[in-house]
Every structure is written in C-alpha cells, then in structure tokens.
Design a protein around this ligand. Structure first.
Ligand SMILES: NC(=O)c1ccc[n+]([C@@H]2O[C@H](COP(=O)([O-])OP(=O)(O)OC[C@H]3O[C@@H](n4cnc5c(N)ncnc54)[C@H](O)[C@@H]3O)[C@@H](O)[C@H]2O)c1
Length: 278
C-alpha cells in the first residue's frame, strides 16, 4: 500500500509495510551465525565488548597489537586472536582476511583500539599528534574500509561501531587536545560513513564512554601521576559518583550490534554516568 507522507517538504508516497513483526528479545539479541571483529579486544572496553558479543553467539576475532593478551582473551571467550596494529593498513587488511578465512566473513566491526596519552600541545611534536591520529582515527578508517568492502560483497549488510569518547563532544581534561581531535574526528567520520554505507544496509554508530575502569586508565590506580590526577578530578564531576565498569560499555555495544537497535545509524550513544551534564 502506498501512503502520502505529509511531513516531508515535497509530496512523496512511500510503501507502508504495516507493523514490524515483534520478535522475542532472545531472538533480537541472538548473534549466532554472525562474525565480529573487535580491535583492541584483548583488554579493557574491547575485551568487555568481545565477551558480550561472544555470549550472544557471535564468532569473535580478538584483534590486538598485544598478541599474547589477544590469545589469552580469545581463549577465555572461545574466539580467535589476531595480532594487528590498526595504524598499519596492510595489517588491518590481513585482519579482515583472517575473519573471512577463519569464520567465512564479517558482520560486525567494533573499532575500539585507541590510545590516550596526556601531552600538552605546547610540549608536543608532530610525531605525537600523528601517533594518536594514526591509531584512533586512521585505524578506524582502515578497518571500516576493508570490512565494509567485505560486507558489501557478502550482500547482507552489517554493523560498524566506533568507540569514541565524551571527548568527541566536550573536553574532559587539559593535555588531551590531540585525543579530542581524534575523537571529534571519529564522530564526524561515523556520521558521514553512516550516510555512505546506508544503501548497503551497513549501519554505523558510535559509543561515547565517560570514565571507564580499564588497564589504560590504571583501573583507577594509575601508575602515571598525570593520569591519576585527571582521574581524581574527573571522579568528583560524575553525577553517579563512580567510573563505569567496562561491561557497561559492552552491553551497549551488544545493543548496537543486535536487532535491538534496528532503526539506528549515524548515532552516538553517550555512556558517561551523567558527567556531560556536570
Ligand atoms: N577507559 C576510558 O575511560 C575511556 C573513555 C572514553 C573512551 N575510551 C576509548 O575506549 C577505547 C578502549 O579504551 P580502554 O580504556 O579499554 O584502553 P586500554 O588501554 O585499557 O586497552 C586498549 C587495547 O587496545 C590495544 N591497542 C592499542 N593500540 C593499538 C593498535 N595500534 N592496534 C591494535 N590494538 C591496539 C591495546 O593493546 C589494548 O589491548 C579507546 O578507543 C579509548 O579511547 C576509553
């Protein structure tokens, strides 16, 4: 049946397909038969995501530059490990090829690998800026490009999830100017890529965590005094009065990777205990 759509600026008729079949929650969250790649999946937020996707039935490729940690993580969740530096395009292409040879394709990509060193701009070199951009932004581009090509060849769509940060929207501390540039960039990249890939039914979304207890943040007890100070100041600003556990990001990634988020693309979900309000 064709219906008039009155709220659009031009007269248009679209096919009205009636109510969507209401699938049970268990079916919506079932990722069996799907293949996921999680970069930086050996620990922290990446591991939490990999673990939830595996629990939902996906075959997971734990992709990390720390090969030993990736092997250990993959063994825990019944996945497969691959050693990759996401800032190297050839290695990223090999990562996607491994998902195809090992599991027969790829349906979900989580661009999680990232670095967040504290470097004041006035003390920084061109190389400092390049290193952060190459991992946090260029790495996501390499992985999204190689994966989307594979998804398009498979012809059944897919999901790309970029782990940004609240720093994609608002700075959390000084010394993170390059990090913030990379994450603002990743959010912009997410939105435009969502437009480009929508015709292929590849949905591209982002998750913007606030402070999360991970090895990178010293699990709240950082050996890096600069980072420990940032964490201390930051804690005071969080309305929930605590940092997130990595699984609190893992659960949102599962939502975005599953049928629960079937009408979402180009969105960024903030998971920050309310800190952006403060
Ligand atoms: N922890 C937080 O508070 C927080 C907040 C907002 C956003 N994030 C983002 O979440 C992501 C994960 O953060 P985390 O705290 O879990 O980090 P983490 O440092 O605890 O773990 C990062 C993982 O990524 C891997 N990695 C780093 N560089 C890599 C590269 N070039 N190629 C492949 N793997 C690489 C590391 O080996 C490690 O296993 C990052 O993108 C980070 O910016 C973290």
């Amino acid at each position: 049946m064709l219906v008039d759509v009155a709220f659009l600026p031009i007269p248009v008729k679209i096919a009205y397909t009636g109510n969507m079949e209401q699938k049970p929650i268990s079916e919506l969250m079932d990722l069996s038969g799907e293949v996921a790649i999680v970069t930086g999946g050996a620990m922290g937020i990446g591991y939490a995501i990999a673990s939830r996707l595996a629990e939902a039935g996906a075959k997971v490729l734990v992709a990390d530059k720390d090969a030993a940690a990736a092997e250990a993580a993959a063994a825990k969740i019944g996945g497969t490990a691959v050693s990759v530096d996401v800032s190297d395009e050839a290695q990223v292409e090999a990562m996607v090829a491994k998902a195809v040879s090992e599991f027969g394709g790829v349906d979900i990509l989580v661009n999680n690998a990232g670095v967040y060193p504290t470097i004041p701009v006035l003390a920084a070199s061109k190389e400092d800026f390049e290193k952060i951009i190459h991992v946090n932004l260029m790495g996501a581009f390499f992985a999204a490009k190689a994966t989307a090509k594979q998804m398009i060849a498979q012809g059944k769509g897919g999901s790309i999830i970029n782990i940004t940060s609240i720093d994609a929207l608002h700075p959390s501390a000084t010394g993170l100017a390059f990090y913030d540039a990379s994450k603002h960039g990743l959010w912009g990249f997410t939105k435009n890529l969502a437009l480009e890939l929508a015709p292929h039914k590849i949905w591209v979304n982002a998750i913007a965590p606030g402070g999360v207890l991970t090895p990178g943040t010293g699990l709240g007890k950082s050996a890096d005094p600069a980072l420990a100070e940032i964490t201390e100041t930051f804690l005071k600003r969080i309305p929930m009065h605590r940092m997130a556990h990595a699984d609190e990001i893992g659960k949102v990634a599962l939502f975005l990777a599953s049928g629960l988020s079937s009408y979402m693309t180009g969105s960024q979900i903030v998971v920050d205990g309310g800190v952006l309000l403060a």
